[in-house]
Design a protein around this ligand. Structure first.
Ligand SMILES: Cc1cc2nc3c(=O)[nH]c(=O)nc-3n(C[C@H](O)[C@H](O)[C@H](O)COP(=O)(O)OP(=O)(O)OC[C@H]3O[C@@H](n4cnc5c(N)ncnc54)[C@H](O)[C@@H]3O)c2cc1C
Length: 487
């Protein structure tokens, strides 16, 4: 396999005419659900073309791994190690070229992407220009934020493995702070955990972390679970719409039964100076504010010459082609794809006719659609190359599963509603089966098995985020009075 930087050496127009076989370069932007699964299928279906040099797949992704986001809440709770919720792209995509970097701009009229890489950022060099023939745009989504005073300074997101592990360490550190202070105001703020947004990410993250913190209280004689104040703030009148109305109400009663303070039809007004102010008038000193209030299409799409809808997503046909093009495809959270299985016009609000359908009769942004769309998308690229008809994406939403902590969960799949331990087992079984690669499945299963045999890990390792702090402090001490060479 040629070296990574060979991606810049695509034959120019000047030399193309002397080549017998022209290499078709397929550029995949993003190595998440859609990007990785599309590349996996393309490398399988275009095996011979890749070997003969007729096709080349280049995946551009800022991190050299795909994150299995549904496992982030379990990673935050310590049930799965961070390394096992990510999939190394270099290992699973040996037939593709991985370029670690960020696409900054797409000029589709010129079939060129502008990419910044760690090297260009390090040296302050110019972004690189990457030519392509066919484009797959799958940069996913980013948190949908609002101009709430204090949010940028104190809010914590929950979309990456770094955030999940950072939050775990942060929560455990708050227990240490509360245990070691005599100041009631510091203690109250340390033991108040506010989550904004009652979708998958917010509910699962809160439920898993509350469960973990409740367990950790056993090792803090000065804290009982009742001393903690966990608050879920949701702007609409329900939580977890993905599992339907009845199961959503069950989630509410389960959380409230655990003393979680769920505030529906409530918004975050501000969170300056670690004081959380809500629209119901409450003022809560809190050192933890997690923002999971929905997602919006990735802003890189604004720097393309491709058509977007009012919400910034790429307008796509049911065959996952970007409207008005015949050589650009998109899917996942970044794409507005018609849901051909939608029963009727969309109801106003967050979701359409069914939980798997988005606001305007389009596929909702979730992993279930993203993974299946990737398959159709890759097949359509192969069909395009072979001159055969492309297929429309059609998938009837199967339902949803969610974990609410160890042995607790909720599921609404194929019309069947399940709760408690059986739902938790369905959640684990489903996600284990979906976790990419056999290697990762075995590792996750081994971790779950060991967790059943031994006690939970409750050590905060926040200092890992500052590995040089200890050494720097030593150096500074050495430079101070009495320090210096020879001492
Ligand atoms: C905590 C959490 C839990 C979830 N749980 C569930 C669940 O249980 N079930 C479910 O169905 N869905 C769940 N989801 C939603 C699901 O994970 C997403 O819908 C899915 O990941 C979307 O796939 P995607 O490929 O569009 O985006 P992603 O998987 O997010 O991939 C996008 C990729 O593009 C990369 N990228 C971004 N910008 C650029 C750029 N400029 N250049 C190059 N690359 C770029 C990103 O780094 C990322 O790797 C969950 C999401 C979260 C955050």
């Amino acid at each position: 396999m040629p070296h990574d930087d060979a991606v810049w050496t695509k034959p120019t127009a000047a030399v193309r005419h002397v080549r017998v076989k022209e290499t078709v370069r397929i550029l995949v932007v993003g190595g998440g659900y859609v990007g990785m699964y599309t590349a996996l299928r393309l490398q399988k279906r275009l095996k011979h073309e890749i070997r003969s040099g007729e096709a080349e797949i280049v995946v551009v992704e800022p991190r050299p791994y795909m994150t299995y986001q549904p496992f982030l809440p379990e990673a935050a709770a310590g049930a799965v190690s961070p390394r096992h919720v990510v999939v190394p792209l270099r290992r699973v995509l040996p037939g593709c070229r991985l370029l670690v970097g960020e696409v900054r701009r797409i000029d589709h009229a010129r079939r060129t992407a502008t990419v910044s890489t760690p090297a260009t950022e390090e040296t302050g060099g110019e972004d690189l220009s990457l030519p392509y023939d066919l484009l797959v745009l799958a940069p996913g989504s980013v948190p949908r934020t609002l101009p709430v005073p204090g949010l940028a300074e104190h809010g914590i997101g929950f979309k990456t493995v770094e955030e999940a592990i950072g939050l775990r360490n942060h929560v455990l550190e708050q227990l240490d702070i509360a245990s070691s202070t005599r100041d009631p105001a510091v203690r109250e703020a340390a033991l108040t955990f506010v989550f904004v947004g009652g979708g998958y990410a917010g509910v699962e993250a809160l439920a898993e972390l509350e469960d973990m913190a409740r367990y950790a209280c056993r090792y803090h004689p000065a804290i009982t679970p009742d001393d903690m104040h966990w608050i879920l703030v949701e702007a609409t009148d329900r939580v977890l719409p993905e599992v339907g109305g009845e199961m959503g109400r069950y989630v509410l009663s389960e959380l409230r039964g655990r003393n979680v303070d769920v505030r529906l039809e409530t918004r975050l007004v501000s969170c300056e100076d670690r004081l959380v102010v809500l629209s119901d008038g409450s003022r809560l000193p809190a050192r933890t504010l997690v923002w999971t209030a929905g997602v919006k299409a990735h802003p890189v799409l604004e720097s393309t010459d491709l058509p977007r809808d009012a919400r910034g997503r790429l307008r796509c046909t049911a065959a996952l082609r970007v409207q008005g093009t015949d050589d650009a495809w998109a899917a996942g959270d970044a794409a507005a794809v018609p849901d051909l299985t939608a029963a009727g016009p969309a109801a106003p609000g967050r979701h359409g006719p069914g939980p798997g359908t988005g606001p305007a009769g389009e596929c909702a942004p979730n992993a279930q659609h993203a993974r299946r769309q990737a398959r159709t998308l890759a097949d359509n690229i192969v069909a395009h190359l072979r001159g055969t008809p492309q297929k429309e994406y059609r998938h009837r939403y199967a339902g949803s599963v969610a974990s609410l902590g160890v042995h607790k969960g909720v599921a609404h799949v194929y019309g069947r509603k399940v709760k408690g331990r059986p739902a938790w087992l369905i959640h684990r079984g489903y996600h284990l089966s979906r976790m990419p690669t056999f290697n990762r499945k075995v590792r996750v299963l081994a971790e779950w098995t060991l967790a059943g045999l031994f006690k939970r890990e409750i050590v905060p390792l926040g200092s890992l985020e500052h590995p040089r702090a200890e050494f720097e402090a030593q150096v500074r001490r050495g430079e101070g009075p009495g320090g210096g060479a020879g001492t």
